[in-house]
Design a binder for this molecule. Structure first.
Ligand code: ZN
Length: 147
């Protein structure tokens, strides 16, 4: 059974469920801009519609909200008291879908990086930027052009 939520709150929730253009996502894009612009957003033709995709490099970045995607952290463990079965089921479905998306990407030869909302904190930008750069730029190119 669906919880009773006012319309405005519901549409805010649905935006959050879709996870589009959230503050954590914007923070990641801002960091990526500095060293790897040219990404595409929410490409429908890439499994899971990654928040950020480098199509040529076959690299996808997902920015996951800890609650919605069931992260193993304090924020992810936060369980609403009301309608807890509803949320548990919803989050379990999100997790299952995430796993399917990662598998589908791997099948197509894509690499994927998941950045959790809780990893984006004031003061942690440098570490996150290094991680993003390593993922996007320093990945071993399969059979580089020297071949
Ligand atoms: Zn988390």
């Amino acid at each position: 059974m669906k919880p009773d939520v006012p319309d405005a709150a519901r549409s805010a929730i649905m935006r959050a469920v879709r996870g589009e253009d959230t503050a954590p996502e914007r923070a990641v894009r801002r960091l990526l801009c500095a060293f790897a612009p040219g990404y595409r957003l929410h490409r429908k033709d890439v499994p899971g519609r990654p928040d950020v995709a480098y199509v040529g490099r076959k690299a996808a970045i997902f920015v996951h909200g800890c609650f919605w995607h069931g992260h193993d952290c304090a924020r992810g463990a936060r369980a609403p008291k009301a309608n807890s079965d509803y949320w548990r089921e919803k989050i379990a479905k999100n997790r299952a879908r995430d796993a399917r998306n990662l598998a589908a990407l791997a099948d197509l030869g894509w690499r994927a990086l998941v950045v959790w909302e809780c990893e984006i904190r004031r003061g942690s930008e440098d570490a996150l930027a290094r991680r993003l750069r390593a993922f996007v730029c320093d990945a071993p190119q399969k059979r580089a052009s020297k071949e």
